[in-house]
Design a protein around this ligand. Structure first.
Ligand SMILES: *Cc1c(COP(=O)(O)O)cnc(C)c1O
Length: 396
């Protein structure tokens, strides 16, 4: 099997698994207990917090553990929206191609009377700091813009956006779930006020994440209960998960340059190979993208059929994001960069892993080329394109 869906989730690293085991088998105490045994778990928790903080250039007290990226996104946005509303600020700036954890939270806030500006994404999958500067108003409570897109892998100019927000004194949150452990992040140097990350996207366990919030920001608790995480997140801490997260993040952050040096040439080889398929196009900027991300549209192809036939050939891939696969709506990300509906349906995301080689890439190129050729051969839609009944969207 070739696993080419690392943007959906990753295999846990040995380091992360080994970091978790002692906290399941031996030190299973509750960190809120006063006896020595519980305090062992508490010490582990605080050491994990310090290690995560160090990876981000943050302070330990600025780190809150959550159940994952979605919860961190929800908490960051709701906190800043409600804090803004108290000062009469009810405007939020984001982009049209955020993850649904952000977009659906913004939809909910709209029902509470917030006004949301979604910045248009350029056809290369990027927005500019100037767009953010132009959209900021007196009543802007928050700017929330993702670090790297989960479908097309494009990397936003986060430090420039951070500088604009800092200058205009508007809080800045970034969903860095695809970036953490893959790109260098320094929250202070980049003027990031809040940041979300999730362990299972960098070879850690599922169901555990982090919300970084700059000191001075009072997080609104979304879960009511005990006073864990300094009252910011109720519920007994997931100590094994947190230990796995910290170990995986440290390992990934120590490996960022190597990861980029290994994957970038493989990514570019895959892009070059898939470009040879007629009427296909890469989605998102060719260089301003994650080293692991390849995303293509193929004319006259149904994404679902493409995935099923690739699965038959032992290749795990995705069309759009894991959250929307299973629905027949075209990806909101591809629509946001201006792909027409009929082309957006024929998309394929391949997200590479560190274990891949040139041979893996050759196998993927051959398999995708075969499947696309086969599907076009049986497609009435493709026949209409060939006979000129319909116009092509892409050049040959
Ligand atoms: C995966 C992902 C999330 C959600 O994280 P979970 O830990 O699965 O809740 C949020 N944003 C982006 C960009 C993601 O890729």
């Amino acid at each position: 099997m070739i696993y080419a869906d690392n943007a959906a989730t990753t295999k846990m690293s040995k380091t992360a698994i080994e970091a978790m085991l002692p906290y399941m088998e031996e030190f299973y105490g509750n960190p809120s207990s006063l006896y020595e045994f519980g305090q062992k778990a508490k010490e582990a928790l605080e050491s994990a917090r310090a290690r995560v903080a160090a990876c981000l250039g943050a302070e330990p007290r600025e780190i809150t553990f959550t159940s994952g990226g979605s919860e961190a996104d929800n908490q960051a946005i709701i906190t800043m929206a409600h804090a803004g509303a108290k000062k009469g600020k009810k405007h939020i700036i984001s982009t049209a191609f955020e993850h649904h954890a952000v977009l659906h939270t913004l939809e909910k806030l709209k029902k509470e009377g917030f006004e949301v500006t979604l910045l248009d994404v350029h056809s290369n999958g990027l927005i500019t700091a100037q767009q953010v500067a132009d959209a900021i108003r007196e009543d802007t409570a928050l700017v929330t813009i993702m670090f790297a897109n989960n479908e097309i892998g494009t990397i936003q100019p986060i430090a420039e956006i951070g500088a604009v927000c800092r200058e205009k004194k508007v809080p800045f949150h970034t969903d860095a779930v695809q970036a953490a452990g893959h790109l260098h992040i320094d929250v202070k140097a980049m003027n990031i006020d809040m940041l979300s990350l999730s362990a299972h996207k960098f070879h850690g366990p599922k169901g555990v994440g982090v919300l970084y919030a700059k000191k001075g920001i009072l997080l609104e608790s979304l879960i009511n209960g005990g006073g864990q995480e300094r009252g910011k997140r109720a519920g007994t801490e997931n100590i094994p998960g947190i230990m796995g997260l910290a170990a995986a993040l440290e390992e990934a952050c120590g490996n960022i340059d190597h990861h980029a040096e290994t994957l970038t040439p493989l990514r570019d080889k895959l892009i070059a190979g898939l470009k040879k398929i007629p009427y296909s196009e890469l989605n998102g900027d060719a260089s301003q993208r994650l080293p692991s991300n390849v995303n293509f549209c193929f004319e006259g192809i149904e994404g679902e059929s493409l995935l099923l036939l690739l699965d038959d050939k032992g290749i795990c891939a995705s069309s759009g994001s894991a959250c929307t696969s299973g629905s027949l709506d075209p990806s909101h990300v591809l629509l946001s960069i201006g792909r027409p509906h009929e082309v957006a349906h024929g998309s394929l995301r391949l997200s590479l892993g560190d274990d891949m080689t040139e041979e893996t890439i050759d196998e993927i190129i051959a398999a995708v080329t075969d499947v696309v050729t086969y599907l076009r051969g049986i497609s009435p839609f493709w026949r209409d394109l060939v006979t000129g009944k319909r116009q092509h969207v892409f050049a040959e």
